[in-house]
Write a protein that binds this ligand. Structure first.
Ligand SMILES: [Ca+2]
Length: 177
């Protein structure tokens, strides 16, 4: 299966063409080669798909203002189902104005309890807070492949400090089978 995993990974990183010379690989027996070939073909043909986790806009923090005006606490959690294994998975969400995350203690995004990468690099012109939305809503994409499991998964975002007000919408997972 090692070869299969390698080929799937390469296919997910840009869908380069399958090299027929791999058919001469030596670690697959003649008996299992057809099954391996079929699995590789299926993986290459499988389209990237998106799992919607939460589409509504939410306000986390402790200060009234923005939309929605009333903060709902400092943690948002959702369950979502991933029906197939993902060779590559990206967690996506959008930050919207008027207030962005605190730089020193930014919000933490988790999948199944595993913290993903920082959201701060997606912002520009940060002071103490990243409040510059002059380029529009900030689209954050975080690598989530290693944290993901087949079936039910959990998403969690929590303010780094209670006083840090943030607004997010359209949380989703992009999966390459
Ligand atoms: Ca606040």
């Amino acid at each position: 299966m090692r070869l299969l995993v390698w080929v799937v990974t390469v296919a997910g990183c840009g869908r380069i063409g399958f090299d027929d010379s791999l058919a001469t690989r030596t670690d697959a027996t003649s008996a299992d080669a057809p099954a391996v070939d079929a699995a590789i073909d299926a993986a290459i043909d499988a389209p990237t798909f998106t799992v919607a986790i939460e589409s509504a806009q939410h306000h986390l923090g402790d200060t009234a203002g923005g939309t929605p005006s009333t903060p709902e606490g400092i943690v948002l959690m959702r369950s979502f189902d991933v029906p197939v294994l993902c060779s590559s998975a990206i967690l996506e969400l959008y930050f919207v104005p008027p207030w962005g995350p605190n730089v020193a203690q930014p919000p933490v995004v988790q999948v199944n309890g595993t913290a993903l990468g920082s959201v701060i690099p997606f912002f520009q012109n940060c002071g103490g807070d990243c409040d510059d939305f002059s380029g529009g809503d900030v689209h954050v994409t975080l690598q989530a492949t290693a944290a993901l499991v087949l079936g039910q998964n959990s998403f969690r975002i929590a303010c780094g400090v209670p006083g840090d007000d943030i607004f997010i919408r359209d949380v989703s997972l992009s999966c390459v089978p």
